[in-house]
Design a protein around this ligand. Structure first.
Ligand code: SAH
Length: 241
């Protein structure tokens, strides 16, 4: 089973995800995420590899499942949103295991909607989700998508906005936004939503770079009608209020 853990601790983990993990004696995942759910892992065998070892982790999990064991491979948020679900299905297809192993995907609350709730209601209208990680995607394609989404006046949600190594992408993304959006367009930055040390900032395109952005941050950029109402970021749906 490929199980979504939600954005933080167990409070936002679904009852179905909890049952799925309980049913599996073997749990595979990235250590940082496993550390958020220690009470669910008591007595389990853990397959735990580092950040960039996803393929290896999935291969191990799949091999164990193919041998008849019940295995949960966990992702933060939703496993089908920049998570492990696709990789597992692709590897199972490659190895001819789709018929043999019953793979189930258990959804989780993804960072976009979880963090949006912290900001208020920034995603009330059409939005586009783009990852700024160019590890697996050519940067030219990411730029093209940023440009198209900004030109079409979508609200944008940026996953993986920066890391220790990748500092430049968020600057370029902001410049692309400024070609299509006003400098006063509201921007929300949520770091570690629903985890310890959560922080939440509402700023604008002009000033957003004054605040730290890293791999634990998700970035929201408003559309042309997004407003700041008190301490909330809100994109009107269009109702007459
Ligand atoms: N499968 C995950 C996304 C993995 S990509 C999901 O559905 O949420 C990792 C990126 O997600 C991070 O770089 C960050 O941009 C975002 N993210 C995940 N959890 C977050 C959280 N609790 N708070 C803020 N951003 C988060």
């Amino acid at each position: 089973m490929v199980v979504g853990l939600g954005p933080g601790g167990v409070e936002l983990l679904s009852p179905q995800a909890r049952l799925a993990i309980a049913a599996c004696p073997v749990v595979a995942g990235y250590k940082t995420y496993l550390d958020l759910i220690p009470e669910l892992l008591v007595g389990k065998e853990i397959i735990c590899t580092g950040m960039t070892r996803e393929v290896e982790r999935c291969a191990q999990a799949l091999a164990r499942a193919a041998a008849g064991e019940r295995v949960a491979i966990v992702s933060s948020g939703d496993p089908g949103v920049y998570g492990m679900a696709g990789l597992i299905l692709e590897m199972a297809a490659r190895d001819g295991l789709l018929e043999k192993v019953d793979i189930q995907v258990v959804p989780g609350i993804t960072a976009a909607t979880a963090a949006a709730a912290r900001l208020g209601a920034p995603l009330m209208h059409d939005f586009a989700v783009i990852s700024l990680s160019d590890l697996l995607t050519p940067w030219e394609l990411i730029e093209r998508r940023l440009e198209a989404a900004a030109a079409a006046d979508f609200v944008l949600v940026l996953y993986n906005p920066a890391s220790h190594r990748r500092r430049e992408q968020i600057n370029v993304a902001r410049q692309i936004m400024l070609r299509h959006k006003e400098p006063t367009t509201p921007v929300g930055l949520v770091r570690n939503a629903y985890r310890e040390e959560e922080s939440c900032v509402i700023t604008d395109l002009q000033n957003m770079l004054e605040h730290p952005v890293d791999m634990l941050t998700i970035v929201f950029i408003g559309n042309s009608s997004t407003r700041v109402l008190g301490k909330y970021m809100v994109t009107p749906r269009g109702y007459q209020v």
